[in-house]
Design a protein around this ligand. Structure first.
Ligand SMILES: [Zn+2]
Ligand SMILES: [Zn+2]
Length: 255
């Protein structure tokens, strides 16, 4: 049995937000042994494309899969007001905070890859994790998304190991009580690794930081993808319990 707390029902706006589409995700959740399924579309579609009340209706009649309603909200240091507006827009079960941008650079976009050449990679890792740490605000978020996304294209720091750069920042994140996700989508990217690495998962455990599991599915058949690997990684690091959210309150379950 698994939980999958990061699923995009409309992907990158290539799928409709309809009951039929959502049912398709739930069908794959059943097939892939996901008992608790958290929908979390990108916040840029929130006002125009998403009808979150659909989830309430479907949840009423779905007894075998627990449905949670969430959102993935980008973090920008200069947009706190806009973030707060999106946070207050709905009574979510959980909110994922994700850093996809450094300044105006969308560093996880293949089209903007050449920008990596302009950075010292050690400094880039430091800049990225400092932004993630700054985003770790309980009033905004419950879960931090893919916290070493900066490795997406396989670019690594040279002088220091990523986990050594991250270590002091994780201590600060631990104080916020936010949870971090183990996200398997990195396996499908050039880096071909789970987010975050096993060394970072061990540091999360040492710092007593809670975790969820997620596929970051953008298509129904991706629900639950590789979560067995994520669960193994978490258990090897020492984890026995996993975070689950209802109306932004955390509880812990054994898997
Ligand atoms: Zn993301
Ligand atoms: Zn996502």
């Amino acid at each position: 049995m698994f939980i999958d707390y990061h699923v995009h029902a409309i992907g990158h706006d290539h799928r409709p937000h309809t009951a039929e589409n959502i049912e398709e995700y739930i069908r794959y959740a059943r097939e892939n042994k996901v008992d608790e399924l958290g929908f979390a579309d990108h916040d840029r579609y929130l006002f125009e494309k998403l009808d979150l009340s659909l989830y309430e209706e479907i949840r009423e009649k779905t007894k075998d899969v627990v449905i949670k309603i969430g959102i993935e909200i980008d973090y920008y240091p200069d947009q706190h007001e806009e973030i707060a507006k999106k946070v207050g827009y709905y009574d979510y079960d959980f909110i994922i905070g994700s850093v996809h941008y450094i300044g105006r650079w969308m560093f996880d976009s293949d089209k903007e890859r050449k920008e990596y050449k302009t950075w010292d990679h050690d400094k880039l890792y430091e800049k990225y994790i400092s932004l993630v740490t700054e985003s770790a605000r309980k009033d905004f978020y419950d879960i931090l998304g893919h916290i070493d996304l900066i490795k997406i294209f396989g670019i690594k720091p040279i002088k220091q190991r990523p986990e050594n750069i991250f270590a002091p920042y994780l201590k600060k994140i631990a104080k916020t009580d936010l949870v971090v996700e183990i996200n398997t989508n990195g396996l499908n990217k050039p880096v071909k690794e789970i987010y975050p690495s096993k060394e970072i998962v061990s540091l999360l455990y040492e710092n007593n930081i809670g975790i969820t599991l997620s596929s970051d599915a953008h298509h129904p058949e991706e629900v639950g993808r590789d979560l067995g690997l994520a669960l193994d990684m978490a258990k090897k690091a020492g984890y026995k319990k996993f975070a689950s959210f209802t109306k932004r309150n955390v509880s812990y379950i054994s898997l």
